[in-house]
Write a protein that binds this ligand. Sequence first.
Ligand code: SF4
Ligand code: SF4
Length: 498
Amino acid sequence: MAAPEFRTPELKPYPEIPVVVEGTMAHSQPYVAPPEHQQPLGYPGELVEDWQRVAIDKMGELVAKYRSLQVFLDACVKCGACSDKCHYFLGTGDPKNMPVARQDLFRKVYRRYYTLSGKYLPWLVGAEDLTKEVLDDWYRYFHQCSECRRCSVYCPYGIDTAEITMAAREIMASIGLGQKYSNEIIAKVYKLGNNLGLPQPALADTLEGLEEDVEEETGVRVRYPLDEAGAEVLLVTPSADFFAEPQVDGLIGYGKVLHQAGISWTLSSHASEAANFGLFVGSYQNMRKVALRIREAALELGVKRIVFGECGHAWRVAYSFLNTLAGPFDFLDSRYPVPQHIVEVTHDLVKRGALTLDSSANDERRVTFHDSCNIARASRMGNIPGGQFVLPREVLSAVCNHVYDMRADTIGEATYCCGGGGGLLTDDLLELRVKGALPRMQALKEVVDRHDVTHLVAICAICKSQFAKVLPYYGFEMDQILSLHQLVGDAVVLGTKQ
Ligand code: SF4
Ligand code: SF4
């Protein structure tokens, strides 16, 4: 199905709150997962007959299991502080993309079945039955939330819309109404170890090709090893790093850094994916099953450390949940955090002077750093508060002489999602992705105008793919997005070991 025609929002001299247009994104929804993408995840193949009862039961189960969910549903006072904080609202003007309205799609059903007032006086408390119309709205608007958590930063009660979205998606998948894009990807990981469905021989081929390319360019044989037992580090990276642009240049950079540092490392064909889409569909079981592959690979290869490549939500799952999902990791070297981020590894090497860097190699580039939402608001790096903002910028400044931040209310904890996170990086949601990128594009335009910035730098595979797609809609070039480790790789002087 071709994406419907739409107009790219205009970049204004100053950001504006859009005029509210009821239902303007009511046509936007992703493809529904067919049975072959539902069943491997443990969900029914299609909408079950008694879907309403199953959904309400599932809601009760989730509310009982996750106390935070119940608190979020009960605590909202409708203050409106979150209403203009979502990039999808800012880009579309659809009032159901205001975080509070998105939450209310769930909350009204919760009230109807799980509160006394909602049971007996539904009209008084805005409680509603779970009808087919309500379910259709759920499917549309819970797939117009990238689970980025920006709204929660501005909520006086810390209400996290992302958690409500995850619960809604899990309920929908449980009644047979899953999303094709995310579920198909999870099923591929179960079958082949990665989102892209790349089998071991294809991975080995790609990595061999990278070794040849790097040697041709630098004269140095930098290795990109696969399934090498006894390596010190298992590098778990998004599969996009194996071939997509600009991700692959990041992988080249990791290899150069580890080579120069003299750290033996390997990738794994069993755990050839850092991404964990179980998070996006809100499923603990599926998140765990994906995460366990990393443990199995680490044990099988006998590594001492696990390092994650540049992937936003993967780092969120790794940083916040890996030990719970797949631990304990007491067989690893306890001198290193489990897991570690490649930025932490590089940052440590830079600070210790263990790499020779020629930052003039990036003199053609004037860059700005995009904080990826999952890293910014759901993880940390290093052992300092806000390390997830500091470490990447310090690495960037060490390898590039022209670094300029975007407006303060668009970076750091307040960063805007790229518009393609949370399982929405699919062409059936292209209009949403383009419109949701508006606030980031606006902030980028400002530093382009003020500082002649030429590139946006990110440490998330989804952000990179999303920006490569949407930059041209806003008058930029698709190759204006770069991996942080591409700049690192270009600046590292290879050769004599330190
Ligand atoms: S979590 Fe992000 S995408 Fe979802 S409603 Fe909040 S700001 Fe919007
Ligand atoms: S900011 Fe929090 S309390 Fe206020 S309307 Fe939004 S979710 Fe409700």
